[in-house]
Design a protein around this ligand. Structure first.
Ligand code: PEP
Ligand code: MN
Length: 300
């Protein structure tokens, strides 16, 4: 009788046969003694390694500039009606230019905490270094690690020691292996609540900010148990492409969408050209729910 040795890399259940993978996932779930605590803290019971269930996310007010409190409220109210459960805003912005708006920092996190209180959303926001991660961990329900930091290994390890779920965005030129190994860094430190997010990769395309690599969704599903979301906003960079690519993302098996929404996109301090307005977002959620239904997928 052959003895089975534990796979060296097992947290992301990479490349294991389906039956073995299921066992590993069950095992991982079994080791999550504090999963219930985490669930009650975050209110998102479906954010565990069991996946896949479909949940939509959205983002608005990417910049969280000062004086935006009232507008954030107006939009949050409209978005809450769509059944969307997560609200993202950037308090720390990793910008290409050091002279672009860098985010509000902790005051921005406080605005987000207020949105959670008043509108019942879970809050997701990006940490750009260990220092901001300490604060983000205190305020947010989900910690985002952005594309530019996908291989910032000390940040990934710190996120792995955090007590909150992590959304890991794919680096703009990351291979599937690099993407999964980045997730592995987080899981290897004991944080099993990791969601991946495809946000487009850099190609020779001259009509799109990035090329949204939807083929990575089934590729991830074949090799890992982790849920994978799609960000059609950064993935295309143009608002007219957000709806069509959202439809496609759901059809191809994405576990959620991260969509940028702004009530006055042309005035946004960052990423306005790829932001849609709340009414368009509401219509989008209706459409993707219909598509999910055809595919017999559950939408939370
Ligand atoms: C973002 O999500 O706002 C962001 C900066 O995205 P990315 O890290 O994918 O560029
Ligand atoms: Mn953005």
């Amino acid at each position: 009788m052959s003895t089975t040795t534990a796979p060296k890399i097992f947290h992301t259940a990479i490349d294991l046969p389906v039956n073995v993978r299921t066992t590993v996932i069950e095992l991982l779930n079994g080791t999550l003694a504090d999963l219930n605590d985490l669930k009650s803290q975050t209110k998102y019971a479906h954010w565990n390694v069991k996946g896949p269930s479909f949940y939509s996310l959205h983002l608005l007010f990417d910049q969280l500039a000062s004086g935006f409190d009232e507008q954030i409220d107006t939009v949050a109210e409209r978005i809450a009606k769509t059944g969307c459960r997560l609200f993202r805003g950037g308090a720390y912005k990793p910008r290409t230019s050091p002279y672009s708006f860098q985010g509000l920092g902790e005051p921005g996190l406080k605005i987000l905490a207020k949105v959670r209180e008043q509108h019942g959303f879970g809050i997701i926001t990006e940490a750009i270094d260990n220092e901001s991660l300490d604060l983000v961990e205190q305020y947010a329900d989900v910690i985002q690690i952005g594309a530019r930091n996908m291989q910032n290994f000390s940040l990934l390890k710190r996120a792995g020691r955090a007590r909150k779920p992590v959304l890991l965005k794919r680096g703009m030129s990351a291979t599937l292996d690099e993407f999964l190994m980045a997730a592995e860094y987080i899981l290897s430190e004991g944080n099993y609540n990791v969601m991946l997010c495809e946000r487009g990769v850099r190609t020779f395309s001259d009509f799109s900010r990035n090329t949204l690599d939807l083929a990575v969704v089934p590729a991830v599903k074949k090799r890992s148990h982790l849920p994978i979301l799609v960000d059609p906003s950064h993935g295309t960079g143009k608002r007219h492409k957000v709806l069509p690519l959202s439809r496609a993302a759901v059809a191809v098996g994405a576990d959620g969408l991260l969509v940028e929404v702004h009530h006055e996109p042309d005035k946004a301090l960052s990423d306005g050209v790829q932001s849609i307005v709340p009414e368009e977002f509401a219509a989008l959620t209706v459409e993707v729910r219909q598509i999910a239904e055809v595919l017999r997928r559950h939408v939370n």
